[in-house]
Design a protein around this ligand. Structure first.
Ligand code: SF4
Length: 617
């Protein structure tokens, strides 16, 4: 709130204080008539004059503010509370809650507001007590729709997914991650609604559908002043002025609040503009494997029919081991990682195979058991740290959330743990950085913060999905060194997903190369780097500059879509080594000795010499 513009706050506070304190002020009775003083101009006794019945205009204006503001505040408060609850439930829970929330609002919107007002006033009679539920009902659909749209937008963000990956409950994600991010739009909607409610209350009172005379209200004052406009124009000015100034102050307040709660609107501190300070196999049976995938197949329903972007994938990862899952975009490696976390998107499902994490069959666990495993047994680091970190929470608070997802600790202990984790991942001045927002950190520091969140509960398995792709080369090396260090310190197993083989040359123990949804080559990293037995692996290795100064060669063509796979070898259309036999039948992933697997029928031809990285044009 340090960035809050206090001017509109003071203006709204002054209006509210005056309205609340009106009964205490030495004002004439707002209902007392004085026919002799009818339409009298401002005087010492009546600062704003007297109306057509000789009543004191200032007194009626202030007492009227209580009615107009009270109706607007109560109606908007009810609408925002109910609308936020319905929008959150509809957007986050989906299905029946979504249907009920949206369709019921559609029904309300079917009625023209004035017609609805007439109906309600006819049923309940005019008066402030009728106006409150009426206005709340009229404004409810706006709040439901704003909140619902906000939830849909935020829940698909990486930082919401990251909280799921850390094992946070649905309620906690809803209240701590989603709600703060849609606070801005709700405040803007609230400001518009408050202004509109004050005007509508005045309008309905003006039409005789609102506050009942002789009770004072701004709408009634405007209506009454209209008939005496020629003789006493000031009587129209005072309530109109009060109405306009109140609406203006309300809008300015909500704009200021929106800016204050959105940290990205704050100027970036000069001291934080710099970059990060210099820093820096196995195919055996499952046994003690931390992660074991067997025949994993993922299916997604599309309008064109079901596709299988991941097919028959088997991987095994032991404690202290780093397995690099490598392949181009669209090869299915990220879906494999998400399946291993039990975080597949709603449209995707596992249709075959086993997923075991620390010996537990993920496919047999319910969401509660999965949530307990996420963050403790396994954790995930996503590609883009900026979109994976919540923009409205400080870094330390987000790491604290990850800790709280699994431990009940005092706030002080959580804060200390967050700072300790930032220190552990090599962030300088961790106490200060814990108070920073994501946009105030460099890319490397954000990724370090993401890693700190992931390791907050000492998971034994870390799945890193392209964690260095968004970073420059120097920072990439620092993050790789950090991940290697974590493995050395804690014996953590790491599944490192990347599209670039050289990135993992230093840290991977085992490699699994994926192409078009299936593993095409697998084995010890050193052996694969020294002698790839699949032309796709060779092409990936040649797609970056060689240590001997060889120029990088791109792989022509693209990974085939899952619904349009070529017959036989999936890589055949891009392979310079293909023969007729390659396209005759789909090659199996065959063992070729020394814990090595390949899906190329010509592997023996490459056993003595590396396959040419040439690819079919
Ligand atoms: S099976 Fe044939 S087409 Fe496929 S990678 Fe091997 S040589 Fe190329």
């Amino acid at each position: 709130m340090r960035r809050l513009n206090w001017l509109p706050v003071a203006a709204v506070a002054a209006i509210a204080i005056v309205a609340l304190a009106t009964p205490l002020l030495p004002l004439p009775d707002p209902l007392a008539m004085d026919i002799a003083g009818r339409l009298a101009p401002p005087s010492r006794a009546h600062w704003l004059g007297q109306d057509q019945y000789g009543r004191d205009v200032l007194s009626r204006l202030l007492w009227g503010s209580r009615v107009s503001l009270g109706v607007a505040v109560l109606a908007c408060g009810a609408a925002v509370a109910l609308g936020t609850a319905l929008g959150l439930a509809g957007g986050f829970l989906g299905r029946l809650a979504e249907l009920l929330a949206l369709r019921s609002m559609d029904i309300v919107l079917c009625f023209p507001p004035l017609l609805l007002a007439l109906l309600v006033v006819t049923l309940l009679g005019p008066g402030a007590a009728t106006l409150v539920p009426l206005l709340a009902l009229l404004y409810l659909p706006g709040f439901v729709r704003v909140v619902y749209a906000g939830v849909l937008s935020v829940r698909s963000q990486d930082y919401a997914e990251a909280m799921r990956a850390l094992g946070a409950t649905r309620l906690r994600i809803m209240t701590r991650t989603i709600l703060p991010n849609i606070g801005g739009p709700i405040l803007v909607q609230f400001s518009l609604t408050m202004a509109s409610a004050i005007v509508l209350e005045s309008g309905l009172s003006f039409l005789g559908l609102g506050v009942v005379p002789p009770a004072p209200s701004w709408g009634l004052m405007i209506g009454a002043a209209r008939s005496t406009m020629a003789q006493a124009p000031l009587l129209l000015l005072w309530p109109c002025l009060a109405l306009s100034l109140t609406i203006l102050a309300m809008n300015a307040l909500c704009d200021a609040l929106r800016d204050a709660v959105d940290p990205q609107r704050a100027p970036r501190p000069a001291g934080l503009r710099g970059t990060l300070a210099p820093h820096a196999p196995s195919l055996a049976p499952d046994g003690d494997a931390l992660l074991a995938l067997r025949g994993l197949t993922v299916e997604i329903d599309t309008p064109a029919g079901a596709i299988r972007p991941v097919r028959d994938v088997s991987l095994r990862l032991s404690p202290g081991e780093t397995l690099a899952l490598v392949g181009e975009s669209g090869s299915g490696k990220s879906l494999t990682g998400l399946a291993a976390m039990g975080l597949l998107p709603p449209a995707a499902r596992v249709v075959a195979g086993d997923i075991r994490v620390d010996g537990r069959d993920l496919r047999r666990l319910d969401e509660t058991a999965l949530r307990r495993l996420r963050g403790t047994a396994m954790a995930m680091v996503f590609q883009d740290p900026l979109s994976s970190l919540n923009p409205v929470h400080r870094i330390g608070a987000q790491i604290g959330e990850a800790v709280r997802a699994h431990h009940r600790l005092p706030a002080r202990a959580v804060r200390e743990r967050a700072v300790g984790l930032l220190r552990r991942v090599g962030i300088p001045d961790p106490e200060r950085r814990a108070r920073s927002f994501a946009h105030e950190l460099s890319g490397g520091m954000r990724q370090r913060a993401m890693i700190a969140m992931a390791i907050a509960n000492d998971p034994r398995l870390l799945i890193a999905d392209e964690p260095t792709t968004a970073l420059d080369t120097t920072v990439q090396a620092q993050i790789l060194e950090l991940i290697s260090g974590l493995k050395r310190q804690g014996g953590m197993a790491i599944l490192f997903i990347t599209h670039s083989l050289p990135v993992v040359a230093e840290i991977a123990d085992t490699l699994a190369v994926m192409y078009a949804g299936e593993i095409v080559e697998q084995g010890a990293a050193a052996a694969l780097f020294a002698r790839p037995l699949h032309p796709y692996t060779a092409a990936l290795l040649a797609s970056v500059p060689g240590e001997d100064g060889a120029l990088p060669r791109s792989i022509p063509g693209t990974v085939p879509a899952p619904h349009d796979l070529p017959p036989g070898c999936r890589f055949a259309p891009r392979c310079a080594h293909r023969r007729d036999a390659c396209e005759a039948a789909h090659p199996p992933l065959a063992p070729v000795g020394d814990d090595r697997l390949t899906r190329c029928i010509r592997w023996r031809d490459f056993a003595g010499t590396r396959p040419s990285a040439e690819t079919a044009a």
